[in-house]
Design a protein around this ligand. Structure first.
Ligand SMILES: Cc1cc2nc3c(=O)[nH]c(=O)nc-3n(C[C@H](O)[C@H](O)[C@H](O)COP(=O)(O)OP(=O)(O)OC[C@H]3O[C@@H](n4cnc5c(N)ncnc54)[C@H](O)[C@@H]3O)c2cc1C
Length: 457
């Protein structure tokens, strides 16, 4: 079976690798000159680094298994990391339960209630009941308005911007479970992993495997159109030419997918606003010296234009990056936000000025290089009862698949969950196409995906 794949990020590469291993043919078309998508890299001071900060958590088992399978298991290393919390201009450690007990912006009672809310949510086995309740309602019930406004509201705003009020409590559940996996031992210190050479090493090794297994990868080759009729896919149109495929897998955000195909053909009322996405704006600073000891610092009530500071060199080994220090000033915003369209130099001036006011030891003389990286469709905004509106993964009698970060729910948007999503559809994807629609109904009868299946897909 010949499969055409739109997009050469972690999802596209993993899909090609798995299909080739199963004996099929796979061709990837990537619009950008380099592979990687949101996990792509750039070169600074002679070393390759992630454009957007990426780390690996102990619960990222799908990614960790894939990395081991392609021979990079020995290159994974684990480090103890810490989280800070910049609140009203003051920096607090907030990694361990002891840190929480000492967190003076809240009363002792509020600190205890906050800790209890996290523990209770983490222990819940099922997420289904949580998707009818907003994260705000759920948390204020357990930990009160003040603790919610001080700690959780900023974290929700960090991820969902001004749409934070729509976030379901499912997000808290997914997040505390994932984050909880990083805590170890009685001290509950945090542990994160990285791979030598960064995500570039993983993506390049995957690409080598794909080519080695007979697959083809075209970079700088945007797909113009998915050629299809109402019952099946015919192939992909690239620079005006149709290339025939038995199946197509699109790994692009929903909005971009709907530009490639007439939505009427999909047999489901999908619209670009079925899922809205937050954009990401990151200022990357390459520094001569360390900024702080924290991997991640949410920035709250501090009059800054960024809502987080991520210092990845508190995780990445110094010798792997020739001793440079990497700091990302992060914001998730709607695409209409002035930050998203801001001039890069003006943005760097503004944000580094604000950083200097918040972290007095920082001066612009420490900057070796600075860059702005933006991505338009990053964080799918979860709303109440999201599972009911989440796009399907299979269309047109299983000849067309859509595998995007908008369908990871109730799992968090991460590379590991992208890898897991590919595994979840592989049996369906690797089975022969059926142009008469028999396949889909045969599958429904066995309990696999069907058009009205209310389970997360
Ligand atoms: C700031 C930030 C921090 C993150 N931190 C982490 C982290 O710490 N850990 C973690 O695991 N994950 C993290 N992530 C999430 C992770 O990057 C994503 O989950 C993952 O990279 C998504 O991969 P994908 O292949 O599904 O999509 P993408 O990476 O978006 O790939 C889609 C590809 O399709 C291509 N494309 C689009 N249109 C076309 C077309 N018409 N023709 C051909 N190609 C096309 C795009 O160029 C792109 O390369 C982070 C993301 C961001 C932005």
């Amino acid at each position: 079976m010949k499969v055409g794949i739109v997009g050469g990020g972690i999802t596209g590469l993993t899909t090609a690798y798995r299909l080739l291993r199963a004996g099929h043919q796979a061709t990837i078309f990537e619009a950008a000159p380099l592979l990687g998508g949101l996990a792509a890299s750039t070169q600074v001071q002679g070393v390759w680094v992630d454009k957007f900060y990426h780390c690996i958590l102990p619960s990222d088992t799908a990614l960790l298994s894939l990395v081991a399978e392609i021979g990079l298991g020995d290159d994974i290393y684990w480090q103890e990391t810490e989280m800070g919390f910049l609140c009203q201009g003051r920096l607090y450690p907030l990694t361990t339960p002891t840190d929480l007990l000492r967190f003076s912006p809240l009363s002792v009672l509020d600190r205890l209630r906050l800790g209890f809310a996290g523990l209770y949510t983490r222990r819940l086995r099922s997420w289904q009941a949580l998707e009818h309740v907003t994260a705000q309602d759920w948390l204020t019930r357990f930990c009160g308005e003040r603790a919610f406004n001080t700690v959780w509201k900023p974290l929700l705003t960090f991820k969902f911007g001004d749409q934070w009020q729509q976030a379901p409590a499912t997000y808290l559940w997914a997040r505390v479970k994932r984050q909880g996996s990083t805590r170890q031992g009685r001290s509950a210190k945090e542990r994160l992993a990285y791979v030598k050479g960064g995500f570039k090493a993983i993506l390049e090794r995957l690409a080598d495997e794909v080519r080695g297994l007979g697959g083809t990868i075209h970079t700088a080759t945007p797909v113009d159109r998915i050629a299809a009729d109402g019952s099946s896919v015919h192939g992909l149109t690239i620079r005006g030419h149709l290339q025939r495929f038995d199946k197509v897998v699109a790994t692009v955000p929903l909005v971009q997918f709907l530009r490639l195909i007439d939505p009427e053909l999909l047999g489901e009322p999908l619209r670009p606003d079925t899922v809205s996405y937050q954009a990401a704006v990151c200022v990357m600073l390459v520094l001569k010296k360390r900024l702080s000891r924290y991997y991640w610092i949410p920035v709250v009530d501090s009059a800054a234009s960024f809502s987080g500071i991520v210092e990845t060199t508190n995780l990445i080994r110094s010798e792997d990056l020739n001793g440079i220090h990497l700091v990302y000033l992060v914001n998730y915003v709607p695409r209409e936000d002035p930050l998203f369209s801001a001039d890069p130099d003006a943005l760097i001036d503004k944000l580094t000025g604000e950083l200097g006011r918040l972290v007095p030891t920082f001066t612009t003389a420490q900057i070796l290089e600075s860059h702005v990286f933006k991505a338009a469709f990053v964080e799918p905004v979860w709303t109440l009862n999201y599972s009911a509106r989440m796009p399907r993964r299979a269309f047109l009698n299983d000849s067309l698949f859509l595998l995007t970060t908008a369908q990871l729910y109730p799992a968090i948007n991460s590379t590991s969950n992208c890898v897991q999503q590919v595994a979840d559809v592989m049996r369906q994807l690797a089975s022969p196409p059926d142009s008469h629609g028999q396949h889909r109904f045969a599958q429904s009868a066995t309990g696999a995906e069907s058009p009205r299946d209310p389970r997360p897909r």
